[in-house]
Design a protein around this ligand. Structure first.
Ligand SMILES: [Zn+2]
Length: 208
């Protein structure tokens, strides 16, 4: 005998609006929409929007600190020079690597900062129950920018570069390097906690 299934056991696919029966997930299991294949539910329960809001706020402050303090100072034959992130990018530009400098600027400064701004905006709207404009576009932008965050890669590249620089002169880490590492970790945590699917559902429920 078939019993009717209560409506709160149905999840709505954010992409194609098909109804999918909710179920408890084991570790490493995902619930996918049977019609379009969209991932509807993941077992990672740690995704929370208030945490992503707090992390993106912290990330934006760390972004300023990582960019205004020198990362390292390099001295050769008595001449010492402290380098900011932007100094290295400008160096690439003036050495004729225009395209590369634009790419590094985008991946290390612009995209991570914009990503944090989009996450901050979307999470703030959800936490404060505001129907702010442009949320669907903001969420699409966050999804696009997420994969362009190369701050962690840049941090590792800096360490590798100092190995080479040490053969030419003396290198000293400055306070900016500390901020950059914390900034990189903060972005990675923001990505982990940012529950985009929940926000997509919020946008659809509120008809934004
Ligand atoms: Zn679907």
């Amino acid at each position: 005998m078939n019993h009717p299934i209560p409506s709160d056991l149905w999840l709505i696919c954010p992409r194609c609006h098909a109804e999918c029966l909710d179920r408890n997930l084991a570790k490493n299991e995902y619930l996918r929409c049977t019609r379009c294949g969209e991932e509807i539910k993941t077992p990672f329960v740690g995704r929370t929007i208030p945490a992503a809001w707090a992390l993106s706020t912290t990330g934006l402050i760390l972004m300023v600190l990582a960019n205004i303090y020198p990362i390292l100072s390099f001295s050769i034959a008595g001449n010492s020079q402290a380098s900011l992130i932007v100094t290295g990018i400008a160096g690439l530009w003036f050495q004729g690597y225009g395209l590369l400098s634009v790419l590094v600027f985008f991946c290390v400064i612009a995209a991570p900062a914009l990503y944090l701004v989009t996450v901050w905006y979307a999470c703030a709207a959800w936490c404060l129950h505001r129907r702010w404009r442009g949320l669907p576009a903001i969420l699409n932008m966050a999804a696009f920018l997420e994969s362009w965050n190369l701050v962690p890669v840049f941090s590792v590249a800096c360490v590798v570069a100092t190995v080479k620089l040490r053969t030419l002169g003396s290198v000293r880490w400055e306070i900016g390097a500390f901020w950059m590492v914390i900034y990189a970790l903060c972005i990675l945590l923001t990505i982990q906690f940012f529950d985009r699917k929940k926000l997509i559902l919020y946008v659809e429920e509120e008809h934004l």
